[in-house]
Design a protein around this ligand. Sequence first.
Ligand code: HAM
Length: 429
Amino acid sequence: MTQQFEKVRALTGMKDILPHESAAWETLEAIVRDWLASYGYRNMRTPVLEQTRLFARGIGEVTDIVEKEMYSFRDALNDEQLTMRPEFTAGMVRATIEHNLLYDRPQRVYCMGPVFRHERPQRGRYRQFHQIDVEALGFAGPDVDAELIIMLARLWKRLGLQDIRLELNSLGQQEERAAHRQALVEHLEKHIDVLDEEAKRRMYTNPLRVLDTKNPAMQDMANQAPRLFDFLGPESLAHFEGVCARLKDAGIEYTLNPRLVRGLDYYNLTVFEWVTDRLGAQGTVCGGGRYDGLLELLGGKPAPAVGFAIGMERLLDLWQQSEAEIKASECDIYVIHQGDEAQRRAALLAETLRDEGYRVLVHAGSTGFKSQFKRADASGASVALIIGPDELAAGHASVKWLRQQEGDTRAQQEMLAFDAIAATLKTRM
Ligand code: HAM
């Protein structure tokens, strides 16, 4: 009797990216790297695991992320409380401080990779997802806020995205937020009867987040709440106007959304989101803003900073709506053979073709010519080389073009001597 083993499945909300999907990911990543390089951004890579207190302090204790979405555990081996990064910013700032990256100049840096949040999965919302995170560290002026937004508009254009719009707000400075907060708490106290349990719980710890509610019964109360924007002093307003003027210079449209507060506590002054209606409920493709207090909060010398993160799954979803299927072939040349000796000749020939830079697949497994041709076709190769007993005896391979289009004058099939194949293909492919 054979034993039946139980299948092991991937975790809920954590998706495999399969070979037929990876071409789109790799193409997007290549475009993104070029785009970032064109603005002078350099890659950095931080660990997936960090100390829990980095995120608790950085993102804020009273945020959804820290309160209920982090994958945290105790590492019993050295008795440390650890968390799988729920975002990049805190880790990048930690690394910047730890390695003293700002000692002689500001830094433009980016990270790309998986982050983890224990949310309820749905389209565009996963527990392991990917971000492109871009940070400009050590820059204080509105010019850099604007540059980041203008840079994003360029990426959307490069990808041919449609229906993506910019929402902008200013969260001012701490003192301005404190004055607003007091007015807001008073407003919430006056409307205590419409507040739900979560709002009541948060009204003194994080009243701004109460306004972010989706609860329809609280919308009127939220709409009438005092607006932070009205509490901004002249300097904060000047910074905001500086950003807006530069966006106007670049012809970028935006809407001022005074309710935009973002889900992380480190922001001040400029905050923004790029949103679309094409992705269902999870329409925010990118979010970011200024966080001038975070370096100091995480133990570094005070330094201003601004950045954003793009959700890659959402960006790909949107991109694939405008782009025909992004497909990549497995190889350029597929080598078909029959018999042991022909297989060995094929393997040698493939090595010489790889020397010339071709991507080559040699058929493996003993199957007939017909099914080998089928495989060759499915691989997306543009040419098949065939080595059977006759070819082997003559020192030739048959060359068959698999993707001839109308008007193509190349013979569909021809014979070429083994040692002439690489040079001949070069002139024909
Ligand atoms: P965030 O708004 O939390 O910001 O996330 C940025 C983007 O990640 C979102 O706009 C969305 O596209 C994507 N995203 C968030 N959660 C999920 C999820 N569960 N599944 C799929 N995609 C998701 C930050 O993370 C900040 N660190 C951004 C930043 C960088 N601010 C300054 N610098």
